[in-house]
Design a protein. Sequence first.
Lengths: 202, 101, 835
Amino acid sequence: MLATALVVAFVAYMVTQVLRPAALASPVGEPGAMGLPDLLFYLIAAVTVAGAAGVALSRNILYSCLGLLAALLGAGALYVLLSADFVAVTQLLIYIGGVLVLVLFAVMLTNRITEVNVSNASFGLFGGFLLFVAAAPVLLAVAVITPWQAKPPPELAPTTRAIGDAFLSRWLLPFEVASLVLLATLIGAVVIARKEIKADEA
Amino acid sequence: MITLSHFLVVGALLFAFGLVTVATRRNAVGVLMGVELILNGANVNFVAFNHYLGLGISGQVFALFVIVLAAAEAAVGLAIVLAIFQTFKSIDVRTADLMRE
Amino acid sequence: MHETAHELGRIAVTQAGYLWLIPLFPLVGAAINALVGWKLQQLFGKKIVHRIAVLAMFAAFGVAVYAFSELLRLPAEERYLQDTLWNLLTAGRLSVDLAFALDPLSMMMVLVITGIGALIHVFSIGYMADEPSYWRFFSYLNLFVFAMLLLVMGDNFAVMFFGWEGVGLASYLLISFWYTDPEKAKAGMKAFVANRFGDFGFLAGLLLLFWGLGGAWQARPNSGLRNTDYRPTVELRGQERDVGALAPAATAAQAERAAPRIDEVKVGPTMSFRELRDQVVIEATGVKEHLLHSEIWGVSLLALIGILLFVGAMGKSAQLPLYVWLPDAMAGPTPVSALIHAATMVTAGVYMVARLSFLFALSPSAMGWVALIGALTAIFSASIGFFQYDIKKVLAYSTVSQLGFMFIGVGVGAYWAGAYHLLTHAFFKATLFLGSGSVILGCHHEQDMRKMGGLKQHMPITRFTYLAACWAIAGFPWMNGFYSKDEILWKAFGSGHLALFGVPTPWLGPAIYLVGIVAATGTSFYMFRSYYMTFTGAYRGGEGHHDEHNEDPHSAAATAMSALSVKVHASDGAEHLDHGTQGHPAPAPAHALHDAHGHAPAHGLPAAHDDAHAAGDHGHHGGTPHESPWTITLVLSLLALGSFLTLFLGIPAAWTHQAPLLERWLEPALPVEVAFREQPHWLELAFQGIGVLAGAVGWFFAMLLYKDARSTVPAALKARFLGIWTVVYNKYYVDELYALVVLRPSVKVARAASWFDANVIDRLVLLAGSITRLVANVDGAIDKYLVDGAVNALASATMGLGRSLRLLQSGRIQTYLYGALGGALVVVLLNFLIS
């Protein structure tokens, strides 16, 4: 109860003190004609957000997985819209082809598919809702209100080369460290999973 | 006209949903899914900024790193989930509360 | 007697740094024996104890003899040795030193004390040989000698008073030496208390003198004592000198400097005898005039001072009415009786009067009072001595009587004569007491004369010395007593300036003389009675007998005083009448005295009672008496010889036409001349003859009645005058009177005070205790509930808080996540708030 009250108060405060004056102050552009890119964007954005919502709210874990798929796909599409071709492809390959498959495997391995409950017992959906209500507006407000110094987008060009260059010049160290991390992950995952199985077998 | 803010909104929403998922899911795998969502939301932000603020290629590089690490983390996380499943015979996050007082 | 009108000056003082040694030796001896004597006796035997004590005495005597020789070397007017050790206290104009002085008077006393004291110590070796607390006895004896020496050698009142009290203490310790016997303990207490009464008077007189000298009050006529303007002004000879309001002198030297002087003579209140004497005697200072005219409540100050000081002497020297302790003091060992109650302590009063002769001489009332009391005491106690059976009691009453004589002497103004009698008395009374001790020892601790008799065969030396001492006390010219006693009585007859309570009584002198002669006759009588009963006739003792009180089957009152039951002897019938000289080991001829009363019906016990008695139911060994060891007989002989030799000190001027040796010796110490009536020369010789006659008469009758216990006259007389006999035998019931008048009210007061203490005061104390307890309980409750409660509450709160905070740590990640997010949100909020 106390938490609810606090959150409500917080939100109310934020809305009245912060959002509204900012919204009124910021220049609202004319809503221009909607071109195809815009429509595409809205569509992809909708799919992404719907997928995310599905992940969050679905009662069935498999439906959550599907929602995750949609979100990841949508994110990939958005990358394309943002001229990040390599990243988009990587997203598809790694995230969807690797992570999502892995998650699915895990789901299969650990659940009886039919019985899953969503809510966290003590806070439950209500708690989640509160959290959403507390967190989202903040971020949204930041996203919307802040006067970003947007620059005109550059020429469309394949980014692979640039990324490759960056990896081996400026971002060399993180690159190497990342490879180490992957190594550690590899070994660690094997160790963790194997141990249990081994103990189980023994 | 799609501005930076639109992408940021999407990213924010992804992030928020991912947060909710992490906070509310009883299933450990579900929690990991939420984590993926969060990372994705961040990624969207990164790439959007990279595109609209013209700061070279750093944003995308960052996003790539995030993807890499997300994959690693997912692998390890799921290994842990499997280990927990072996120990507790359940992947309800509430059962693994041996660290409480 | 001789007219010397030379002007008296200040005493010329010679410093002698060794005088403190004289009292030191006995003190050291007392200390050693007191502290380690018991151990020494255990380890080395009794020899070591008495050697220490006797050595101390002889050492003191040696130093005294040396001082004596030094005095002799000095010219007569300058014979004053002084030794000041240190200053005891200085307060304003009063300065008291620990100082000793020897002038002819105190020299005489010191020689007597140390000499006779040493001899008595030697006597005690033999007498107390069986005593287990040997060391304690000798320690006390030495202590006594120390105190007595302080008394006589003190240069001022303070030291003298210290010694005064000290001898009282030593007397108490020695009288109740065998303190396990309640009678003896009581006797000691009686002596001490009676002395205390006297000391009170002494102090009062002393303080009055001190005050009177101060000149600090203007003696307004009819003003009594009220003095509202106390200014320390010395008004002498018309000179008004304001010496400042009690100038605070911090040191003796300051006091000395600040003291007012007239013609170099320090005047004002003082404790020192020398300064006092100088002030009073030297007329130029005007102090004498001042004192003579001072009055309190209409009474002459000097008379009051004299009487009060004499009260002290009454206590210490056992005069009427404070003499009652002396006969009871015979409960102590015989050497104690000899030393303290014959030779030395009891003479302290005489010494004091002689020392302050210059003061007493100024007041005829005081003198008359002293002489009167002395005379009354002399005859009163002589009469009691007539019928006593205990040999020591006879001697005790004789002592009281002789002290009365001494006070007659100093009372009428014959100071040297009183002092001379002191000296002679010391010798012959010590001889008598020690002789009685020898007799008691020889008769196996028998003190009743009726159980003695015929000892002249068994104890010849004792007998002869005792006889010589009896001659001395009776006053025969071949022993010393005659000379002193006669001088006193002669001077008494010739004193015409006495007064009583301010009224001149020229007849008092001759009256006292008459009383004295009668007393002398009586003295002679009872002394020879004791001699004959003890030494002549047949030995009547069969067994030892610890019988310290007198047997009187008629006196119930007497038994009330003593705790022991009265031994009732049977009437043995007429057959005992002729038991006298047959040497039959039968009860004493005292039984013969009982017969005539025919109380056979009341005590009709058969003669078998005698046998029971003779069988020794008191458990002491019987046997014939024997002479005492050499330590005793030697001392007796020396003392008897001394009694003889000292007669040469007082050969009267009537024979030699020059002053007797002792008078000349004591003259510098007794500066004041008292005027006596001029008497014709032949009268003096006649009086001397009368004195001898009195002694002879007494001897004759004693011989008649008691020699060989042949005569029946005593029995017949007693039968005839039984009433009087009983009264006199019971000491005129004085002790009973005291018990009624003094003791009983005291006990009542004590009981009332005790009741008050137990009920009122103790209740108050208990009340205070209850209140304290109550407060404590309240405090405890507060502590328990409030304080502890607060502490406990704090602890509980902490625990509760902890318990609730614990819940945060649920182990669930999601909860932690919520927490983290919540925190993050708060930070954001704050950020917005602040910006």
